[in-house]
Write a protein that binds this ligand. Structure first.
Ligand SMILES: NC(=O)C1=CN([C@@H]2O[C@H](COP(=O)(O)OP(=O)(O)OC[C@H]3O[C@@H](n4cnc5c(N)ncnc54)[C@H](O)[C@@H]3O)[C@@H](O)[C@H]2O)C=CC1
Ligand SMILES: N[C@@H](CC=O)C(=O)O
Ligand code: NA
Length: 434
């Protein structure tokens, strides 16, 4: 059968992985796809020393591939929103299928891209955009179609998990581990996307859309990163029986959808609490299947290439099919418009609080009164011994309450003369996986 001819745009970490795995496993991939998948052209600013491109046509201008009549599929691996958007839209308008690992692009411009792709009758596939090598898009879009999905919760940023794990297990500093994640090719071009939760928010918007059949709503994701997490919080959490992980959570409730990414205390005996390093894991709870868990490498050259190439094989098969018989881009043929995203104030969860108090009698009682006035009960307290005159760290674990009530508690605590500085708040989720 005729080979599928591919243009790889961007030969960096992921592009290099795709190029090398396509060559190394060419015959295995051809047997699965029913025909060879060959790299016909590479467009990249920088070559990759791990790739032997001597027998491939290489250019610098990515838009050139959209004008090459030989190309069936454009693989967009340059990243970012602008040049990538132009490349993808031009490719679609030239009738080429697109495979991308670019979650920022899909989360922000996906609605427009899919509309254009539908009109042009081409496939846009993006498995690598969420949780790297884990086939999570395929699992939700295809494997779980029988279910009404209740919630999805996952560790969906490899760099962030690599940092938290190394801080906890090796006592290393945040900056030092981030520099290693960058050297390993895990981090985004702008690593604030990783550490401030933006990358996870992009991915969560995609997960939520394919789980619930709602439009992509990246601008509505409540977003908090890991940059404020201190080693002290990791140690206190451990003492209380928890690990801190950065989670993306989207849940269907009677009133609307939860859509939030933030650091989270998870009981140590839960599966998600034991996902370490660059590994990601996504738990999906369906009404028929119950809880399911998907685990694997969330970033890195070849794990991500694994997902990109799986999409190429799907495209190779879809090339002979009509639009109606293909799986819809965002899983649902019709989108729901009755599921508003809930404001964060309406979320209900438990909380970890860390405050620094002046060591004088009655402080703890005043703190407890503020909580009880909001109807919040305390599950555990740690109060550390300090030398006379020093500020005392108080760590509290509360029962579940509305975020609005907790905002009021924190406002009142921060206005007490007994409390120095701000209150550290980390949400706590039980994530029952049984
Ligand atoms: N690194 C990872 O583990 C993962 C990355 N991704 C996504 O994959 C995409 C690529 O990421 P990486 O490979 O890590 O990036 P990278 O920075 O290693 O590679 C980007 C490549 O694109 C080229 N490039 C960038 N802009 C260009 C332009 N306008 N014209 C021509 N060439 C251009 C660069 O020269 C470089 O070779 C991004 O969207 C990223 O978010 C997704 C999953 C995992
Ligand atoms: N920077 C991202 C790369 C994969 O999506 C991450 O660390 O998860
Ligand atoms: Na994936």
């Amino acid at each position: 059968m005729k080979p599928v001819k591919v243009a790889v745009c961007g030969l960096g970490t992921v592009g290099g992985g795709v190029f090398n795995v396509l060559q190394r496993n060419a015959s295995e991939i051809a047997r699965r796809a029913g025909r060879p998948i060959v790299v016909e052209q590479v467009a990249t600013r920088n070559l990759n020393p791990s790739c032997d491109t001597s027998s491939v046509y290489v250019c610098q201008d990515v838009l050139e591939v959209t004008e090459n009549p030989e190309i069936d599929v454009v693989v967009e691996l340059i990243g970012g929103y602008e040049a990538a958007f132009e490349l993808v839209m031009r490719a679609i308008k030239s009738g080429k299928h697109v495979v991308t690992a670019n979650k920022a692009l899909i989360a922000v411009h996906g609605n427009e891209i899919f509309q254009a792709a539908r009109e042009a009758g081409v496939v846009v596939a993006f498995e690598a955009a969420v949780a790297g090598g884990i086939p999570i898009i395929k699992s939700i879009r295809e494997g779980l179609t029988a279910n009404k999905i209740n919630w999805v919760a996952g560790i969906i940023n490899g760099t962030g998990n690599f940092i938290l794990t190394n801080m906890q297990q090796a006592g290393r500093s945040f900056d030092d581990v981030l520099a290693e994640a960058q050297a390993l090719g895990y981090a985004e071009a702008d690593p604030t996307f990783d550490v401030e939760g933006i990358d996870a928010a992009h991915k969560l918007a995609i997960l939520s859309a394919i789980a619930f059949g709602v439009p992509l709503s990246f601008d509505k994701v409540y977003t908090e990163g890991i940059s404020r997490i201190d080693i002290e919080d990791i140690r206190h959490a451990e003492e209380l029986g928890y690990n801190i992980k950065h989670l993306g959570i989207t849940r269907r409730t009677e009133n609307g959808l939860e859509l939030r990414v933030h650091p989270t205390l998870i009981p140590k005996d839960r599966l998600l609490a034991n996902v370490h390093g660059v590994k990601n894991a996504v738990m999906v709870h369906g009404d028929a299947v119950g809880p399911t868990l998907y685990y694997g490498a969330g970033a890195g050259a070849e794990p991500t290439a694994s997902a990109v190439i799986a999409d190429l094989v799907d495209v190779a098969r879809a090339m002979g099919s009509d639009q109606e018989s293909r799986v819809p881009y965002l899983a649902f043929a019709e989108q729901a418009d009755d599921l508003p995203v809930l404001p964060m104030e309406d979320i209900e969860t438990a909380y970890y609080l860390r405050l620094l108090a002046v060591d004088r009698p009655g402080v703890l009682a005043r703190v407890a009164t503020i909580l009880s006035e909001q109807g919040i009960s305390i599950e555990a307290i740690i109060q550390k011994d300090v030398s006379e005159g020093e500020l005392v760290p108080i760590i509290l674990l509360t029962h579940r309450t509305r975020e609005a009530a907790m905002n009021e508690v924190i406002r009142q605590l921060e206005s007490l003369s007994d409390i120095a500085g701000g209150v550290m708040r980390i949400r706590v989720e039980s994530l029952n996986d049984q």
